[in-house]
Design a protein around this ligand. Structure first.
Ligand code: DLL
Length: 435
């Protein structure tokens, strides 16, 4: 069995990594120019030829690709190879507009699963582990990606998919699962259900969780770690670049190492497209340098984050990206103020509330309204109406301090906010309905 910790790559010197990237990039640009008419037209429009791209330093010369391009080219327009060479299709979990469909050759599937295997190994996984995959299976990349990675590491893999939470816990106990992979909101729900079943973290054997696919805060990480008795690792990815495993956390839990031998990250100013230096916040852009079927160059993810090459104690030299701090497109603008749902979540958790909340934005008399519904914990629920109203005001003040705009806070009874088994839907923007 191949060892999925690959220090010759994960701990390579900058020069060694650049050599890999330069070689792969030059070949990939040629591959795309020759095989993807849609991108060739974009390059021609910009007056760039494959000969202009000699190294990573030339990356900025290439045109960007956006989700709008993916929609234009749907479904086959960005294919880099003949359909008969493809073995798999996956799709985004998006609910608006046409979904993105991504294609994979067998080599692409292998590459993707290798990335997920690295993430599992970085979370302490070995062939001694039982890995319960509770991401959704199907078109969504979460289940299939981590499932493949888990096989490669040699873990005993439990392809549970999401849902049926009591059964998840039953299997977890009976089969001694040591690693759980799911969305952070589902992990929080599993923790809650465990408690409701009268069980403690010590009653299960989990040691690590690999959570991603949606934004989550450090406070939520601590809550999940406590409720399940585990160390919680972040994992990032998107369908367009293959799925989970583009980047992953190590024991340091200080940002996610990007698998730079497959994906070159850049941070740009989302308004101007200008490339920004490391340690600066901006929009994350990825170039996949060895995918065959869906080889996206300079794909704008819309995720806002920071890249850092600060030394990591784990020994990996792969660049680290911060947790996405929101998206440049679904950032809310409320009364002219940019608001990221994660900012509200940070306040809720630091004030001792549950991560079960719903943000509702609407418009009344030409003014935006912001309502935040937050579940009380059972212990808090016994408070008098007056005490609850005082708490609502205190929480509204704390959120105002963070955002600069005042919300109306509604503390609601335990379990009254619908739980999610996949990605949580935390924002209802009713303004769109009136426009
Ligand atoms: O969510 C792939 C995935 C599956 C990643 C399982 C991690 C674990 P999409 O459905 O295409 O793919 O959604 C991609 O989800 O652009 C981010 O906005 C968000 N996202 C993914 N991982 C994280 C994360 C999968 N760790 C979009 N933190 C991305 C915050 C994340 N946001």
């Amino acid at each position: 069995m191949q060892n999925y910790y690959q220090p010759e790559i994960e701990c390579a010197s900058r020069e060694e990594m650049l050599k890999i990237q330069n070689e792969k990039l030059v070949a990939q640009v040629k591959h795309v120019y020759e095989n993807v008419k849609y991108y060739r037209d974009l390059m021609d429009e910009k007056g760039v030829t494959p000969d202009d791209i000699k190294s990573v330093d030339d990356l900025h010369k290439l045109p960007f690709l956006t989700k709008a391009d993916l929609r234009d080219a749907y479904p086959y327009g960005l294919l880099g190879t003949d359909l008969k060479n493809c073995v798999r299709i996956q799709s985004t979990s998006g609910t608006t507009g046409k979904r993105v469909v991504a294609f994979y050759t067998q080599k692409d599937v292998d590459l993707w699963e290798d990335c997920c295997a690295r993430a599992i190994v970085a979370a302490g996984g070995t062939n001694e582990d039982v890995c319960q995959v509770a991401y959704g299976y199907g078109l969504f990349t979460g289940g299939p990606g981590l499932n493949g990675g888990s096989h490669k590491v040699g873990c005993l893999t439990l392809p549970m998919s999401s849902g049926n939470t009591e059964r998840q816990i039953q299997f977890m106990q009976d089969l001694h699962s040591t690693i759980i992979c799911c969305t952070p909101s589902y992990a929080a729900y599993i923790g809650e259900t465990l408690k409701d079943m009268g069980l403690k973290p010590d009653d299960i054997d989990l040691k690590a969780g690999i959570f991603g696919a949606e934004p989550w805060t450090e406070e939520m990480r601590r809550d999940i770690e406590k409720s399940l008795g585990i160390k919680a690792y972040d994992i990032y990815g998107l369908t367009e670049t293959s799925g989970p495993g583009v980047s992953f956390e190590c024991c340091e839990q200080g940002g996610m190492h990007v698998n730079e031998d497959h994906f070159i990250p850049e941070i740009i100013n989302p308004d101007t497209g200008e490339v920004l230096p490391e340690e600066t916040k901006g929009e994350l852009v990825f170039t996949s340098i060895d995918k065959e079927a869906f080889p996206l160059l300079r794909y704008r993810t819309r995720d806002i984050c920071v890249l850092s090459r600060k030394k990591c104690s784990c020994g990996r030299t792969l660049i680290r990206m911060s947790k996405p701090m929101g998206r440049s497109d679904d950032m809310l603008i409320i009364r002219g103020v940019n608001v990221f749902p994660s900012q509200i979540e940070t306040v809720l958790l630091s004030e001792g509330y549950s991560p079960n909340y719903m943000i509702e934005v609407d418009r009344a008399n030409n003014t935006d309204t912001l309502d935040v519904y937050v579940e009380l914990n059972p212990e808090q629920f016994s408070d008098t109406v007056k005490a609850v109203s005082v708490k609502e005001k205190e929480l509204a003040a704390a959120i105002t301090q963070m955002l600069g705009i005042r919300p109306v806070v509604h503390l609601v009874s335990p379990k009254s906010i619908t739980r999610s088994e996949g990605k949580a839907v935390r924002v209802v923007d009713k303004r769109k309905l009136h426009d």
